[in-house]
Structures are given as C-alpha cells and as structure tokens.
Design a protein around this ligand. Structure first.
Ligand code: FAD
Length: 459
C-alpha cells in the first residue's frame, strides 16, 4: 500500500482508469456522460448546506453489477488500484450518502435483486441488496408477510440502501427504527481486498454495517424479520385547532388500535400538498393515518370526540394515484420543494410534552417553520418525531434554530452533514470503525463519510 489507509484515496489517473476498464471488461460499465452524472448523485439538493459541497462530485466510472461475483471483481480491482469505491442502491438518500467525494468507482447494486428465501415458519426473509422494497413486499404477500419498516420512497428504494442509509419511516409507529435490535438478522458482505472475501455475518456482527453508509462492507444480501401482512386503510382526518390535532396525534398511538403510520401536518403545509384521488383540498390541520380494518369503527366514533373529522378514507391496496404514504416522511419535503425550492427541513425527536417546545419554536420562527410530525416508537416508548419544513435564510439562522431545538430538549438528526456520526448523535461508534478495518483495510469504501475512521490512527 502506498498511502496510509486512514487518508482518503486519490482519484484515478487516466492510465489507471484505462487499466481498470480493461480489467472489468464484460461488466456493465458507464464511463462518462449524463448517466454517469445521474448515478453519482442522490437527493442532497434538499440541503442548501450540502449542495455547494457536493455539486460536481462524480464517479470516474460506474459499474452496474448483476451478480455477487461481479461485485467481487470490482472490489478486487479497486483494492489493487487503491481507488475509492462507493456503493449505490437507488440513490434516494438525502445527505449525499452515495455521492463519491474522491472520484473512483460507483458500484450500482440495483441489479442484485433476487429473493433468496422466505422461512414459512418465522417469516424471516433473505433477499439481495438491490431488491426494491415494494417489489420485495409483493413477493412476501403470498406468504402473508410484509416488511416491518419502509421509507416513503418504498416504490423506488433498495433494501441494501435502506439498511445502509435509511433510518425508519412507515411502520416506525409500531416497530421503531432500523437499528433497533430485532430487525436486521444477518448480512452477506463482500470485503474490499485484493482477494475479496464473501462473509456471512450473524445478527450481532451485522449491526456495525446498519446505517454506516456503505463505509464498512459491500452488502450483497440481507436477512430481516418481517411482520404479518395487513390490508392497511388510508384515512385523512382534519382538525380546526392545532392543539386538538396534536392531542389526537398523542392519543391515537397510545391506544390498542393497529396503526402503521400517523403523520400530522400543520394547516399551511397540508394546503400545499397534493391530495389523494377523491379527497378535497385541506381546510384544517391534517392527520394522515394508515390503520388496520378493525380500527375503522373505533376511529369513526372516536375521532369526533378528539375534535376532528374523517374527510377521506380508502384501502391502500389497489388505490389509484398518490398513496397516502407518499405524503409522509420526507415526501412532505419533496412536495413543498417542488413548488418552492427555497424550503429545506430538519429531523428531530421532540421533547415531551411536545406542545410547549413547538409553541416556543413557533414564537421565534413564525412562518419560516411549518410543522410536520410523525408518530414513532423510540426504545419502546411512543414519541413524536418532527421533520419541520424550514425556510432557508442562510447558515446562521439554521444554526440558531438547531441550537434552540437542543436547548428545548429536542434530539437533532442533522440532515445537513456528510458523515454517519454527524447525522446521528455525533458520537463515534467503535464497532463501525472496527468493521471497516476488518472489511475495508485500505479505507476505500465511501471515503470521507465515516468520521471515526479518518480520526483513528493507523496501527
Ligand atoms: C422523498 C424522500 C423520502 C424519503 N423518506 C425516507 C423515510 O421515510 N425513511 C428513511 O429512512 N429514509 C427516507 N428517505 C431517504 C432514502 O430514500 C432512504 O433511506 C432509502 O431507503 C435509501 O435507499 P436507496 O436504495 O436509494 O439507497 P442509496 O441512496 O443508493 O444509498 C444509501 C446509502 O447506502 C449505501 N449503500 C447502498 N447500497 C448498499 C449496499 N448494497 N452495500 C453497502 N452500502 C450500500 C450507499 O453508499 C449510501 O451511503 C427519503 C428520501 C427521499 C428523497
């Protein structure tokens, strides 16, 4: 090795690039052009902070792998030439997770999309990393099973990308977050070495690769727990007053109702979003629910007592147009930005009780902050996460807003930073760094995204 592994690798010289292309002959290569640009980017433009940092960053070569053997060939070639190697699923991440900072190779794994096994007794599924979540769910349906958690990008995102880059979403009201013990049960991983190994990691060894942005192993297959399939019903509720809407968002998850999502949108925000087919435009604060069929009679009686009304309902399956799911989580941000790209967002867990903190932030930020809450379970307890829309006024006001959130007792998951640690709780996870040393000793995987690796001293 000619460079210390804790330093970021240099981009490939024209000669090295040429040699690499020769070595990878027979694979699906994208050497240049619009497609290379597209496959080098994700949805980092939601962040005006990341935008200038990532604009123009691109791979020098994209390889679209179809098999595990092809992944090994690419890993071996990058190890030989000491080139950066960045895994990509569908590229729907929001923080530039799959954007290569140092050129090199982007490895598109969406071609590895086979379902390998469903255990009929336990419902445990093993599938390749590039499986689209919605496609995988369709294959689980005949077994009466479904994925426990899905991002609102369920139709476009891959399983490997969700585990490596996502956190939770639809289902988090019941099942918490992806890193909670019990979801990810095993991984198949290719190491980045001159002779890449194919490892089968058990539940505890897999944990270090969960939400590590592909910095410590190339995931080729995943084993996950599933849940029973439920024919979810979509409901839109409206409330005249914010306090009653917030009260309902607190009361509904604390019941015996089987819910898969609960999203609260402040009136001005609800008014900006598209409506499901047959649902009138918003006049009040909106609560979007995914509920089991047996919850419907209870909701019909209970919602008026909570101060709201059901304005629309329809089964999720077979519905036409926009599913309710695509108005929740970061799809809310997507729809608002489609009308006015000067909006950005934050991600946080609100302190409890939520009302006073929201009121304090409203007093300071007024119409520069629109409230969007999602019901989640955090370490077993019902909480409200928030993805408020934030009008972009520059770095200074954003820093002030984040500081106020922390002062009020909120837990911030900053979506305007590049590293795994800074987007989480800010602390280095020694297990993630150790897994990188074991699976990527040359420090080639997604360089610059694991702060703990750059900080560690070799030897
Ligand atoms: C509109 C919108 C809504 C969203 N809603 C949610 C949400 O509800 N919940 C949520 O958690 N996220 C959400 N996201 C973020 C993102 O869609 C999800 O995290 C998604 O699951 C990422 O999957 P992907 O296949 O696009 O991964 P990519 O963006 O391609 O990759 C994500 C990360 O994983 C790494 N990676 C990908 N595949 C592999 C692999 N096989 N091996 C190793 N590393 C790999 C990449 O290097 C990258 O660091 C949203 C994004 C958008 C734009």
């Amino acid at each position: 090795m000619t460079r210390p592994a804790h330093q970021r690798p240099a981009p490939a010289s024209p000669e090295v690039l040429e040699a690499l292309v020769q070595e990878l002959v027979g694979l699906d290569l994208v050497p240049a052009g619009h497609e290379l640009e597209r496959l080098s980017h994700d949805y980092f433009d939601y962040s005006p902070v990341l935008q200038p940092q990532l604009q123009g960053k691109r791979a020098q070569l994209v390889v679209r792998a179809q098999t595990v053997e092809e992944v090994r060939r690419v890993a071996a070639a990058c190890a030989r030439h000491e080139l950066a190697l960045t895994a990509r699923g569908a590229g729907t991440g929001n923080y530039g997770q799959c954007v290569p900072l140092d050129g090199g190779v982007v490895l598109d794994l969406s071609g590895l999309n086979r379902l390998r096994a469903v255990d009929p007794a336990s419902g445990i599924v093993t599938a390749e990393a590039g499986c689209l979540l919605a496609a995988l769910d369709r294959q689980l349906e005949p077994h009466g099973r479904a994925l426990r958690l899905a991002p609102s990008t369920y139709r476009t995102a891959t399983l490997g990308g969700f585990i490596a880059g996502g956190s939770g979403g639809i289902g988090s009201i019941r099942w918490g977050f992806l890193r909670d013990p019990g979801h990810l049960l095993g991984l198949e991983v290719v190491t980045v070495e001159r002779e890449p190994r194919l490892l089968q990691l058990d539940t505890s060894a897999s944990r270090a690769l969960n939400h590590a942005y592909g910095t410590n192993g190339l995931i080729t297959a995943l084993t996950l727990a599933t849940t029973e399939a439920v024919p979810w019903q979509q409901l839109v509720l409206e409330f005249e007053h914010w306090d009653t809407a917030l009260g309902a968002a607190q009361a509904l998850p604390a019941s015996a109702l089987l819910l898969n999502a609960l999203c609260l949108l402040e009136r001005p925000l609800a008014r900006q979003l598209p409506n499901p087919v047959g649902c009138q435009a918003a006049t009040g604060h909106r609560l979007l629910l995914l509920a089991a069929p047996d919850a419907l009679p209870v909701l019909e009686a209970w919602v008026p007592q909570l101060g709201g009304r059901i304005v629309w309902s329809a089964p999720q399956a077979g519905g036409k147009g926009l599913p309710l799911r695509e108005l929740t989580w970061n799809h809310t941000t997507l729809h608002v930005r489609a009308q006015d790209p000067s909006w950005t967002y934050l991600q946080l867990l609100l302190p409890q009780p939520e009302g006073p903190a929201i009121a304090a932030l409203r007093r300071r930020w007024g119409d520069d902050l629109f409230w969007h809450l999602e019901a989640v379970r955090q370490q077993g307890a019902a909480r409200l996460a928030a993805l408020p829309l934030v009008r972009w006024r520059g770095n200074g006001p954003l820093a002030e807003l984040m500081a106020q959130v922390k002062e009020l007792g909120g837990v911030l998951f900053n979506p305007h930073v590049l590293t795994v640690e800074d987007g989480g709780l800010g602390v280095i996870d020694g297990d993630q760094v150790a897994a990188k040393a074991a699976h990527d000793p040359g420090g080639l995987l997604n360089p610059g995204k694991l702060r703990g690796w750059l900080r560690s001293t070799p030897g």
